[in-house]
Design a binder for this molecule. Sequence first.
Ligand code: ATP
Ligand code: MG
Length: 243
Amino acid sequence: MIEFKNVHLSYGTREILKGISLVIEDKKINVILGPSGAGKSTIIKLALGLIKPTSGQVLIDGTDISKFSEVELFPIRRKIAMVFQGNALFDSMTIEENMGFFLRENLRLPDDEIAGKVKEQMKFAGLEGLEDSLPDALSGGMRKRVAIGRALIFGPKTILLDEPTAGLDPLSAKKILNVIKQLRDETGVGSVMITHIISDIFGVANQVFILYNGEIIFQGPPEEMRTHDHPFIQSFLSAEEEI
Ligand SMILES: Nc1ncnc2c1ncn2[C@@H]1O[C@H](COP(=O)(O)OP(=O)(O)OP(=O)(O)O)[C@@H](O)[C@H]1O
Ligand SMILES: [Mg+2]
C-alpha cells in the first residue's frame, strides 16, 4: 500500500503539491489524471523516493520513506517498479539483454537463472522470437512491453507507469492495457498509471485520483466522475462524447 499524508512539494518557490493525502491500495489499477504540469509524474517519483517531499509523509506498507537514503530505498524499489514514459531501454542492447539487465547488474544472479526469468517475461509480454532484436527495430507498443517486462522481473507487487499508452495506436494501447489488467487479475500485481486517455480509465481502473491545482479534487471509481461537477472533470468527460 502506498500512502501520502499531507504531502507538500515545492520546486524552488513554486508549490506543486499543496498537502496531498491519498491511499493507493495493492492489487488494484489506480489512475492519476490531471492537466499537464499538475504534478502527476512528481507523485510517482515521490512514491519511489526519487524525490523527497518538502513536508508530509510518504508511507510504503506503513513505513515512512520520505527521509530514506538510497541504500534504504533498495528494498522499496524491489516492491515498486517503474516504467518511464520514454521506456529508458538501452539502445545498444538486445531485448533479452535489456530484460535481464537489473538481474545481472544489481542482483548478480547466475546466468541460467537470469535466462529462465527473462524467458518467462518474454513470454508474458508476448515478445517471444524477438530476443536478439535491438529496441530500435521494435514498434512503440513492443518497446513499451519490453519496459514493462523489465520492470516486472524483480517480482514487484506494484508497477508505476507514466503515460504507458501515450503516442500508441489504439490496438497497441489496448495490448498494454491488457497486460496491466492481466497483472492485476492473474498475478495480483497492482498498478498506478498516469494517463490523459479516457479509454484507459473506464473498464480498466478501479480507482481514479484527479490532481488539479496542487490538490486531489476527486478520488473514487471512474463511474463517480460523471456526477462530479468540477469543470476540469466535466471537460475531460465531454471529450469522451466527441470520440
Ligand atoms: N526538477 C524540477 N525542477 C523544477 N521544476 C520542475 C521539476 N520537475 C518538474 N517541475 C515542474 O513541476 C510541475 C509538475 O511537473 P510534473 O512533471 O510532475 O507534471 P505532470 O503532471 O507529470 O505533467 P505532464 O502531463 O506534462 O507530464 C511542472 O510545472 C514542471 O515544469
Ligand atoms: Mg508527467
